[in-house]
Design a protein around this ligand. Structure first.
Ligand code: CAA
Ligand code: NAI
Length: 243
């Protein structure tokens, strides 16, 4: 029970990697707030996960919505020990075809959303003299990926923000780290052309895609006290796809 009595907010936890993380955190004793844009999937997820899960609808790109999320969690649980900035979207297109809208939408969710959530949660962690922030980067942000100018830019920025926040918040007792997943079996990769996904799968030395639980286990490690001296780090959980 590595997260006994801990309260976690996991953004984008209605499905995919975030859902697996909610499940894993609850198995280890945490209370989890599923903070997701998708109302229907969020309600269903909370129902499946039982009494230690609650769903709050949020658009991480919207500051007021995030303020409301944090106020509700504090009202209902009194504390926030862990924030997993997991919500993310893709709007893939080759650079020459990418629209301003596609570029901006991805920045709004994957980058500004992480800024909003962390900035709103931090005062509560500072007051409690501790906390864990876990951000979600990607293999695309570390190595680049065809068709992902917008997405790769945000996921590379996550690495820089994580290091910056580690420097700013370490003295407040707050651990900040990131996970950079490789291609993982969720709805996000289902949108990829099958031939490109097959090509990606074939270059992974482990010869398989990641499972949501593979990534959730990395979030869990970084959220636990076992990772107390891991700080400003981006943990690659990608089957060594680009080694
Ligand atoms: N490597 C090398 N070349 C590639 C390539 C790749 N991965 N993908 C496309 N190309 C090449 C094509 O072969 C083609 O070459 P030619 O012009 O010589 O024929 C050229 O780029 C244009 O490709 P398309 O014809 O497919 O162009 P399109 O405009 O129809 O579609 C695209 C472009 C939307 C980017 C589409 O190729 C696509 O969806 N690719 C997948 C992008 C991807 O990997 N997304 C990851 C989503 S999952 C995720 O994001 C999670 C995570 O963190 C990893
Ligand atoms: P997914 O598409 O299965 O789930 C993403 C969730 O985020 C959805 O429930 C969606 O409703 C929610 N969401 C989207 N926009 C939101 C917003 N504005 N506010 C609140 N919630 C919002 O995606 P997946 O695969 O589970 O991805 C989770 C994270 O992992 C993302 O940050 C993604 O970029 C990252 N990642 C995923 C990889 C993969 O191969 N699946 C690889 C590397 C990183």
């Amino acid at each position: 029970m590595r997260l006994n009595n801990k309260v976690a907010i996991i953004t984008g936890a209605a499905k995919g990697i975030g859902y697996a993380a909610a499940e894993r955190f609850i198995e280890e004793g945490a209370v989890v707030f599923i903070a997701d844009y998708d109302n229907e999937a969020g309600i269903a997820a909370a129902g499946q996960l039982g009494e230690k899960a609650a769903f709050i609808q949020v658009d991480v790109a919207n500051r007021e919505s995030v303020k409301q999320l944090v106020a509700t969690v504090i009202e209902q649980a009194g504390q926030i020990d862990i924030l997993v900035n997991n919500a993310g979207i893709t709007r893939d297109a080759m650079l020459t075809k990418m629209t301003e809208d596609q570029f901006q939408q991805v920045l709004d969710v994957n980058l500004t959303g992480v800024f909003h959530c962390t900035q709103e949660v931090i005062p509560h962690m500072v007051a409690a003299r501790g906390g864990k922030i876990i951000n979600t980067s990607s293999v695309s942000g570390v190595y680049g990926n065809v068709g992902q100018t917008n997405y790769a830019a945000t996921k590379a920025a996550i690495v820089g923000m994580t290091k910056t926040w580690a420097k700013e918040l370490g003295r407040k007792g707050i651990n900040v780290n990131a996970v950079a997943p490789g291609f993982t079996e969720t709805d996000m990769v289902k949108k990829m052309p099958e031939n490109i996904l097959a090509q990606m799968r074939s270059i992974v030395p482990l010869q398989r895609l990641g499972t949501p639980r593979d990534i959730a286990n990395a979030y869990l490690f970084l959220a636990s006290d076992e990772a107390s001296y891991v700080h400003g780090h981006t943990l690659h959980v990608d089957g060594a796809i680009m080694m």
